[in-house]
Design a binder for this molecule. Structure first.
Ligand SMILES: *[C@@H]1O[C@H](CO)[C@@H](O)[C@H](O)[C@H]1NC(C)=O
Ligand SMILES: *[C@@H]1O[C@H](CO)[C@@H](O)[C@H](O)[C@H]1NC(C)=O
Ligand SMILES: *[C@@H]1O[C@H](CO)[C@@H](O)[C@H](O)[C@H]1NC(C)=O
Ligand SMILES: *[C@@H]1O[C@H](CO)[C@@H](O)[C@H](O)[C@H]1NC(C)=O
Ligand SMILES: *[C@@H]1O[C@H](CO)[C@@H](O)[C@H](O)[C@H]1NC(C)=O
Ligand SMILES: *[C@@H]1O[C@H](CO)[C@@H](O)[C@H](O)[C@H]1NC(C)=O
Length: 470
């Protein structure tokens, strides 16, 4: 009898001790530890670390990314008010045990809702290796629900940082998928950083799509730094790096040993693209005359610098198309400098009127400054009468343009108004123009051989019309 009373008493006190939902507060930063080699069992994804402020339970490490993701979503979906500017840290320890992580265990899932997310490997000496061969979904996604959840905010900013992970054999499965509303006013920025993230055998690495057709220019900023992307072998029409309405920066990245059959390597539509800062494209084969980089409606929001393209086969490095007038940073020229192209096979497509290494097709009447400098080329096999630059519908200020001498045509223009600001264009390589104006008044031209290929042109040298077929 007394035993039963004791049990009842204990049960009642246990009930009383359970904190009521109202009095619980979520910790504003949660740190979940992942140890793929841990053998401590747990139930209901209760692993990694505490969610509730003041919880003194010691939770065992999560043994998979899936469990860590589920644990994190208990925080978001727990019906407890979510603190502003909350942070989620997923800390991977004991990286040696990560070799066999694959399939669903490799999937963190959707982490939309957190303000500051960091997926970190604690040591930087051995990255985590995640095999996506049997993955059924993304490694991580930020997918905003249809019904915006207004019960919490991220008033400072939103951030996702992923560091030191090698993804192998994800095949056609997209590793990172972002589908968020990009017209949010608070926060102003959503930042994504990938540092030392590498892939091998993965054909869809990043796919950013705005949730609705509305987007605010520059709302999402994506930086990919110190990554090595190798063995892409893709027949997808989706580019391995696909960015819509994103301010993207590739910094010190390597793209190696890959074949693309139906898409460019990088596609960027509306936004901004920085590519380079000592990046290397080596042994990349572009089939079907696809450009390595394709952009749509970026205006002059570019910066390409310190890029080496070697031992590759391609027709176009860049195909930039503008079908509308864009939000532009007019103070910034389209910069292209320290571009080294060595030992490539550069093929021509006679059926493509914009065939060239740098193809700029613009909305009529657009006006940008193109700044080229330090373009070096050696040992390339250039097939056909390939122009280096092809410029359509553009009022251009060309600065410091050096044309590699393996090209039979330097610049081909159509419907363009070109003001040339450098003597370096005064080379033996001809330019070809159609319906175009060239003004060499800033730096008078001496080599008139350059006029030869000009179909319908007016050329002004030092204020004088020296050639006019209009
Ligand atoms: C919004 O957040 C609350 C509290 O975290 C949660 O209970 C609810 O399921 C969320 N609603 C949606 C639509 O995500
Ligand atoms: C390249 O990736 C494929 C999977 O797409 C894989 O089967 C192959 O072993 C990889 N090759 C190398 C050299 O890593
Ligand atoms: C990947 O996608 C391409 C193009 O759609 C397809 O041909 C190929 O079979 C896919 N590979 C796998 C393993 O599903
Ligand atoms: C690019 O080429 C230059 C000249 O050969 C070399 O000094 C530099 O290290 C290369 N950069 C990369 C990232 O490979
Ligand atoms: C140039 O390419 C050939 C084969 O395409 C290769 O054997 C050679 O090593 C490359 N040279 C350099 C300097 O990269
Ligand atoms: C010259 O430019 C005009 C006007 O854009 C175009 O219609 C025509 O096809 C061009 N001719 C050649 C040979 O490219």
């Amino acid at each position: 009898m007394s035993k039963l009373l004791l049990i009842i008493f204990l049960s009642i006190s246990l009930l009383l001790c359970l904190p009521s939902a109202k009095s619980q507060t979520l910790s504003s930063t949660i740190t979940l530890t992942v140890d793929f080699g841990s053998t401590i069992s747990y139930i209901n994804n209760e692993c990694g670390g505490i969610l509730i402020s003041g919880d003194t339970t010691v939770y065992p490490p999560c043994t998979s990314y899936k469990d860590a993701g589920n644990r994190a979503r208990q925080y978001i979906n727990g019906n407890i008010p979510i603190p502003d500017n909350n942070a989620l840290v997923i800390n991977v320890i004991n990286t040696q045990s990560s070799q066999s992580i694959s399939g669903e265990s490799a999937q963190l899932g959707n982490l939309f809702g957190f303000c500051d997310i960091r997926v970190l490997v604690e040591t930087t000496t051995s990255p985590v290796i995640i095999n996506g061969a049997s993955a059924t979904s993304h490694f991580v996604s930020l997918e905003e629900p249809d019904q915006p959840n207004t019960s919490y905010t991220c008033s400072a900013r939103k951030l996702l940082l992923v560091r030191y992970i090698n993804f192998v054999n994800w095949g056609n499965q997209t590793i990172f998928y972002v589908n968020v509303n990009q017209i949010d006013i608070t926060p102003k920025f959503q930042l994504v950083y990938f540092l030392y993230v590498s892939t091998s055998g993965s054909n869809s690495i990043v796919n950013v799509q705005p949730k609705n057709s509305n987007y605010e220019y520059g709302y999402l900023q994506f930086t990919i730094s110190s990554g090595t992307f190798t063995n892409i072998s893709s027949s997808l029409t989706l580019a391995p790096f696909n960015f819509i309405a994103t301010k993207t920066s590739f910094v010190t990245d390597k793209f190696l040993n890959s074949i693309l059959n139906n898409s460019p390597l990088i596609y960027s539509k509306v936004g901004h693209l920085d590519l380079g800062y000592f990046s290397l494209i080596n042994n990349v084969i572009m089939n079907n005359d696809l450009p390595i980089v394709k952009t749509l409606n970026l205006g002059n929001n570019y910066n390409f610098n310190f890029i080496n393209v070697t031992n590759s086969v391609f027709s176009k490095f860049l195909h930039s198309e503008n079908s509308q007038i864009n939000p532009q940073d007019v103070s910034q020229p389209f910069n292209f400098y320290n571009f080294l192209i060595n030992n490539n096979t550069i093929i021509s497509n006679i059926n493509d009127p914009s065939d060239s290494v740098l193809s700029l097709q613009n909305f009529e009447g657009d006006s940008y400054t193109l700044s080229f400098s330090n373009v070096a080329s050696n040992g390339n096999q250039v097939l056909g009468d390939k122009p280096f630059i092809w410029n359509k519908n553009l009022n251009t200020n060309l600065l410091l343009c050096e044309i590699p001498d393996s090209f039979s045509i330097g610049i081909k223009t159509e419907n363009s108004n070109n003001i040339i600001f450098s003597t370096l264009i005064d080379s033996i390589i001809p330019f070809a123009g159609n319906n175009s104006f060239f003004d060499y008044s800033m730096y008078p031209l001496t080599n008139s051989n350059n006029f030869n290929y000009c179909e319908v042109c007016q050329i002004i040298v030092d204020g004088q019309i020296v050639y006019n077929t209009f």
